[in-house]
Ligand binder design. Sequence first.
Ligand code: PAP
Length: 347
Amino acid sequence: MSSSSVQTSPSLEADTETDKELYQHFTDLVSTWPSSESMSFIPLYRHVDGGWHSSLKPMVGAMVADARFTARPSDIIVATLPKSGTTWIKALLYAMVHRREHHPADAVAHPFNSLGPHECIRFLEYQLYTNDRVPDLDKLPDPRLFATHVPFASLPSAAAASRCKVVYVCRDPKDNLISLWDFANKFRVRHGQEPVTAEAAADLFCRGVSPFGPYWDHVLGYWDAHVERPEQVLFFRYEEMRLDAAAHVRRLAEFVGVPFSAEEEEGGVVDAIVRLCSFDHMSGLEATKGGKTELVIGTVANNEFFRRGQVGDWANHLSPEMARRIDAITESRFKGSGLRANYAKLH
Ligand code: PAP
């Protein structure tokens, strides 16, 4: 975690600038950085310090968050690459943390009936630090739950200083890519653009031109942080969550300091959380079928966050050659890190 984005602008006097001027300052700065066509409907900029890619507004939002977010040690931040299980981990974390006020077995009264996971836990750069506003987050009760897609090194520097907790989820890059590609094409079509082929999207992905990518840098950044500070950074894999979601809910609860009591275990609370947050249950809720999420890049129907929710769907879309190309990069980049490269062995 660093304040690299602030270091790129030594003349910035954040305390004296109005919110609008702060956004303008970073917008002007990012606009001078390299940009390239992407699989989505808008170009991606390359963060000159961090090396990661994002469209303009979320990148600016992340920089404003870096400058202005004040953290508490009790904060919990969900960190993911887009399309690697964000919606699911947000649901699991929210349901687990709030299990006493909102019993997960009480499916009728649970907030998920009216609020999607993205409204329960908001993204810093897509929902909170947007539209020239610096949100007042001081009144939120502990523990405050936030989400972000930025790499570990670009998390708000206040979060590093506070030692708040970070929950990371990664996913097989091939499934991550296919999920991203499908989502990006929906945006393209909505904006009157031709969809891109899976192979073209994969080529961009391999060259690191994907939201918050390169994929491999993002995953390794959080992995290394987890190895160094396991008490601060939890590292989950989507495929392993699919194999045993209950074990992950227990680890999540222990990690944030609210383990399940013997009484809760006997009462089946863990399984109730898993069921409540399952793809089948969440995708059938009214909040999913009819709800929307306002993101700084546009409004998204909540059902767009639920596609298939499966492991290995990439095989239906990627050529064997492209799959091998991605696997070879993963193998070589993960080598020596302690992170298993072979996702196929996980399921
Ligand atoms: P985001 O980063 O834009 O919020 P994110 O939730 O990470 O998106 O990605 C959506 C993927 O998670 C979809 O995968 P797919 O395209 O391969 O189907 C979606 O189906 C999957 N997903 C959403 N909710 C769940 C869930 N409860 N369980 C398992 N997978 C889920």
